[in-house]
Design a protein around this ligand. Structure first.
Ligand code: 5MM
Length: 358
């Protein structure tokens, strides 16, 4: 019934439980769901070829990090990794489960130009999504991710926002129907010279529309997670915002748009430096929030690891240590107890690439 606390459906209770496990205190998500093209760019940055063996070696290093489960509650995988084993023949999914980390899966098929828009894009992947989701569930995935983007310099046009919101809502309903907690990710790109007030205005518009269509598609809010961008000025804006300002704007936006029924807000890092992403998260956790406010970082968790590893087996342990350090820093930030003392220069370097397309 529409008035029941939890909407009827075979997976409802499990969805709520999965979402709560992922949104558990002091933990967040390790996003390693780079498609092969994006993973290739990461590997190229340390001089490695984009082969299946190199992707396996890199993901194996990440997922077998001892102690990771203390700080990481979920990890988003690309399809290849979901079906992949380590070089010792152990399923990557089992490496996660052993550490009480929930395996997730990227289900979108990437971005393509949106005809009729202002050079904007839309996200592919709804065709066949129900059967793919059921198959991913049988492989051990318990949550899903769909990333679409909104560009401020390109408008955003009403058409692009509507398409982004509708696609996310259809995906979310299909995921829940197949036992996967959907991560709802409309990334508002950092590109542009706009002010933080402009970002706030666009973010409010986007999230209002996303929730309108999530409700229209009867998505159960207790069984979703959000992956928003933080509200910041555009990357080319003349002034940078302090973590306190980012936190104030971002929380204002979320409190205006996101019902407290949603269990977790898992931010993306969007090209911020590792330390900036951690400091901003820490600032957001200086007072109680209606939701678990945490991280789902890719670049802001992996950058130091890649630089330390360099593709050399003898550096694997040091690479894992680097991952654990970042995961711990963000865990502390989730608890509002992070201190930047002793952070390396590398952790302070931004990773934003103008006009970057995944
Ligand atoms: C890890 O990268 C994700 C997938 O990208 P592609 O499918 O294009 O290869 C990406 O969605 C990522 O999870 C989010 O953008 C968040 O990553 P950042 O680096 O912004 O924290």
């Amino acid at each position: 019934s529409r008035v029941s606390v939890i909407r009827a459906g075979s997976y409802s209770e499990e969805l709520v439980k999965t979402a709560k496990t992922i949104a558990s205190p002091g933990r967040g998500i390790l996003a390693i769901d780079e498609s092969n093209a994006t993973c290739g760019k990461r590997l190229a940055s340390i001089g490695l070829d984009n082969t299946e063996a190199n992707r396996q070696a890199y993901r194996q290093l990440l997922l077998t990090t001892p102690g990771l489960g203390q700080y990481i509650s979920g990890s988003i995988l690309f399809e290849e990794t979901l079906y992949q084993s380590t070089t010792d023949g152990k399923k990557m999914v089992d490496c996660l489960r052993e550490q009480n980390i929930v395996p997730g899966i990227k289900v979108d098929k990437g971005l393509v130009p949106l005809p009729g828009s202002n050079n904007e894009s839309w996200c592919q992947g709804l065709d066949g999504l129900a059967s793919r989701s059921a198959e991913y569930y049988s492989q051990g995935a318990r949550f899903a991710k769909w990333r679409t983007v909104v560009s401020i310099p390109c408008g955003p046009s009403a058409l692009a926002v509507k398409e982004a919101a509708w696609g996310l809502a259809r995906y979310a309903a299909i995921s829940q129907d197949n036992g996967l907690v959907p991560i709802v990710e409309p990334e508002i790109l950092l590109d542009g010279d706009h002010s933080i007030d402009t970002t706030l205005e666009v973010a409010e518009k986007v999230w209002a529309e996303v929730f309108y269509y999530l409700a229209e598609n009867n998505v159960m809010f207790e069984g979703i997670l959000l992956k928003p961008s933080m509200v910041t000025p555009g990357a080319d804006h003349k002034e940078k915002a302090s973590p306190e300002t980012v936190a104030k704007y971002t929380l204002t936006m979320l409190k205006r748009r996101v019902p407290p029924a949603v269990p977790g807000i898992m931010f993306l890092s969007g090209g911020q430096s590792e330390m900036e992403a951690t400091l901003n998260l820490h600032a957001m956790n200086q007072s109680p929030n209606p939701w678990h406010v945490s991280f789902s970082y890719a670049r802001a968790l992996q950058n130091s690891v890649l630089k330390t590893w360099q593709g050399r087996p003898e550096n694997a342990e040091a690479g894992q240590k680097a991952l654990l350090e970042r995961a711990k820093a963000n865990s502390m930030a989730q608890l509002g107890k992070y201190s930047a003392d002793g952070e390396s220069d590398d952790a302070k370097k931004g990773m934003f690439v103008k006009g970057y397309t995944y």
